[in-house]
Structures are given as C-alpha cells and as structure tokens.
Design a binder for this molecule. Structure first.
Ligand SMILES: N[C@@H](CCC(=O)N[C@@H](CS)C(=O)NCC(=O)O)C(=O)O
Length: 321
C-alpha cells in the first residue's frame, strides 16, 4: 500500500533540508544556490626557485580522480619534468573526506597534516594539486591555474605549452573554460536548485559549442596537420585545461552531475580533438577511469547516496574516434 500523501510530503521536505546540509559539506553556495569553489591556500605564484632544475627538488602531489590535479599532471608529463619534480599520488579516504599518503610523506600521513605544517590557513581545504619544495619543506603553490603556468616556465625538455605569441588566444579560452567548463560541471552537479543548475548547464554547453565551432573552422582551414584550439602545431594550455573535463564527461559528469544535453557524437570536432589529445605521449598514463568512477560515485554521498558504482563506457572506445 502506498504511504499517505502527507507522510510523503513530510519525508520529502525533511530529506530536502538534510540534503542541503549535506551539500554544504561538498562546498559553499551563494544566496542563489550557486556553488562557489573555496579559495586556495597557496594561490599566488612566487618567482621560479633557483633549485628548479635540481633532481627531485620538488614534489607534485596529485590525486587520480581530481581534474585540477590532472591538468598539472598532464603539464608535468608533456613538459617531461620528471627529473626535477617527483610525482606523489595521494589516495582518497572517503570515510574521513580527505587525501592520505600511501606511506608517510615527510613524516605526514595525510595531506591536511602537510598543509598545516606548511602554514596553510586552517579554514581552507587541503586540496590537490600541490607543489612541495623539499628545500623549503612546505607547499609553495596549490592553485592549478597558476601551477601550470609555473610548470611551463620550469626548466625541462618538453615543448612550451604557454608560448608568448599565442598567449592572448590561450588566455581567452582558459578564462572561459575555467569558470564555464572546468568549474562549470561542478556548478551543475553542486547546484542547490533548478535555476542555479540551469545557469551553469547553459554556460557549459555554450562554451563547448564555441570550442566545437573553433575546431571545425580550424579543421576546414588546415586539413593536413593536427588541429589544436589555438591554431599552432602543438597543443597549448588551452587544450590542457579542457581535456581533464572532457575525458570525464560520459564517465562521470553526464551521469552524476547532469551534464548530458549533448553527447560527444554531437560535438564531432571536439570528439576528434579529444582522441588526438589522448594519443599524445604520456597522456594515457594520466587517465584512470576506474578510479574516477569509484571516487566520484563512491564519495559524493549527497549526489549518490547508494554508493553503488554504475558500469560505464570503456575509455578506449571513447577515444577511438
Ligand atoms: N583551486 C584548486 C582546486 C582543487 C580542488 O578542488 N581539488 C579537490 C579535488 S578535485 C580537492 O583536493 N578537494 C579536497 C577538499 O576539498 O578537501 C585548484 O584548481 O588547484
């Protein structure tokens, strides 16, 4: 027998206020219910350190599922910085809602401890990516948008991703992607109401359609060579920041965050671009589809209370375009 309507109404209203409280644990929202990403503890960019070229002078701390860490990991990989910057992969601890080291790192078991030891404001989250200086014994940068600029200037053999001549075009795309695409998927998933979701979702797909149109134009104009967003022969930071979001689209953001209005088949130039980027040397090794699905579906309790990890498409099929 169906429960009485009054009981259903009460249960729904109680659940909604519980849900809003739980969403507060995922991140703050403004008065209109729009998700607002917290500030980063080490957001400003110091001058490049004089020990930058020394072997193992720095450590890049990343998590497999985090798209912000992914852009730093890709930059590290494409610029071939493995000699001077060691990679340290932290694991999520969903029960405690924090990152932990697989073995003690400089005496610390969790990333939060390392943040505290680095002098971080205790009210700010301990996030990945974070770049640690062994000489200074502290985290020096933890804002991915700045960190990838730093890694571009870091001494290393790989190609430049932020070349001076292309910077104006790169910055236009980066600025748009940061808010409307990279953070945009989170603004969809973490929206507290329909209007906040609608706004974020509209901006997300308008930005993807703009990127699609740009790539279409470039494909028409330069049929023979590989096409990147800013037109040069090599990918740039504009491509780097778009990739971590787009590679998670079907696996996580469409099913979990409601980013499903257009499929990649409806964005064919972007689909080809994504396959091309994935095929760049070192990029596939930064992709962990099982970890993405396990961490997102398993950890974001208010969005997916059952914790059941649904089956998803095979990554190899997604990038076979
Ligand atoms: N501003 C940061 C944001 C990074 C971020 O939000 N990282 C998430 C994982 S995707 C994190 O580590 N969250 C841990 C927490 O909030 O406690 C950046 O872009 O580098």
């Amino acid at each position: 027998m169906a429960p009485p309507a009054a009981l259903v109404r009460t249960a729904r209203s109680l659940w909604h206020s519980q849900w809003l409280a739980l969403m507060g644990g995922l991140g703050p929202a403004d008065a209109q219910g729009r998700y607002r990403r917290p500030a980063a503890a080490f957001a400003s960019l110091p001058a490049l350190p004089d020990d930058a070229a020394e072997p193992d002078s720095h450590v890049l701390i990343v998590g497999r599922s985090c798209p912000w860490a992914h852009r730093a990991w890709i930059s590290h990989s494409l610029r071939q910085l493995g000699d001077s910057i060691t990679l340290e992969v932290v694991d999520p601890d969903p029960a405690a809602g924090r990152w932990r080291f697989s073995r003690p790192f400089e005496g610390h078991g969790t990333l939060a401890e390392l943040y505290r030891a680095s002098g971080a404001d205790a009210t700010l989250p301990a996030t990945v990516p974070a770049l640690y200086s062994r000489r200074q014994r502290r985290i020096v940068v933890n804002e991915s948008a700045r960190l990838i600029e730093w890694l571009d200037g870091w001494p290393g053999p790989g190609p430049q991703l932020w070349p001076e001549a292309q910077r104006p075009a790169i910055e236009v795309w980066r600025e748009r992607f940061q808010h409307q695409v990279n953070d945009g998927v989170y603004r969809c998933g973490f929206a507290r109401n329909q209007a906040a979701y609608n706004e974020a979702e509209g901006e997300l797909f308008r930005a993807l359609e703009a990127a699609e149109a740009q790539l279409q134009l470039r494909e028409d104009a330069q049929q023979a060579s590989p096409v990147w967003l800013c037109g040069g022969p090599e990918p740039t930071l504009a491509d780097v920041v778009l990739f971590p979001t787009l590679i998670r689209l079907e696996l996580v953001y469409a099913p979990l965050f409601g980013c499903s209005r257009l499929t990649m088949a409806q964005l064919p130039a972007l689909n080809r671009w994504r396959a091309r980027f994935y095929a760049l040397g070192g990029v596939a090794a930064t992709c962990f589809p099982e970890a993405w699905r396990r961490d997102y579906f398993g950890a974001l309790f208010p969005l997916h209370p059952s914790g059941i990890i649904p089956a998803g498409p095979d990554l190899a099929a997604l990038v076979a375009a």
